[in-house]
Design a protein around this ligand. Sequence first.
Ligand code: NDP
Length: 237
Amino acid sequence: MDKVCAIFGGSRGIGRAVAQLMALKGYRLAIVARNLDVAKAAASDLGGDHLAFSCDVAKEHDVQNTFEEIEKHLGQINFLVNAAGINRDSLLVRTKTEDMVSQLHTNLLGSMLTCRAAMKTMIQHQGGSIVNIGSIIGLKGNSGQSVYSASKGGLVGFSRALAKEVARKKIRVNVVAPGFIHTDMTKDLKEEHLKKNIPLGRFGEAIEVAHAVVFLLESPYITGHVLVVDGGLQLTV
Ligand code: NDP
């Protein structure tokens, strides 16, 4: 049976690194993001017969249609990675309602929608493995990131509950919680200042998170786990 994985947010950053690693390991991949051109370029860089799809995870119809399209072209999805995410950092009193909604819809509702869509095929075929990308900020909190923290903390609760719900169907659900990682999302941060608080003394690279994602995807006896990949940041905050 083909190993087919849908990677939401697979066009850039952490999701793209996961795609690069999984392509090397022989998976057939669906690279999913809003910008189809960027997703196509990422899929083509992988070589092989990986495909790109355009989808906004915050939109139910988009997610539903995308799952149908992926299964039509690649076959049954047995692996799912939710790496699509955004941040709109600001103190709560200055945060616009639309920025609360967009973060919650993309980071939390989006993963609920993709997991629900994946359940239909995974339950039918009695097996599957999901990794949702959380954040150390969802576990520890951070000033200026209350809504983002809520979205990522919520993702942990959601993933652990779902892990219990579907374990008997041989479906596993885990979370990887990164610290500061070099991607577009962190390019405007003051790295020199922030890295002083990281015991390993540096930001992480996307490929270092990807190894943790693939480890959990492929670990048959681990479910409901949150794997922190943060250079030791959680030890200090
Ligand atoms: P990037 O900004 O580099 O990439 C984000 C990816 O998500 C892109 O592929 C983007 O494509 C896609 N995306 C964003 N919004 C949507 C949407 N509504 N629907 C579908 N796809 C979407 O971010 P990172 O790689 O840094 O982040 C990946 C995940 O890791 C996120 O969930 C983030 O919160 C989390 N994380 C990142 C950390 C870091 O330090 N970088 C630390 C902790 C957690 P497009 O814009 O074309 O849709």
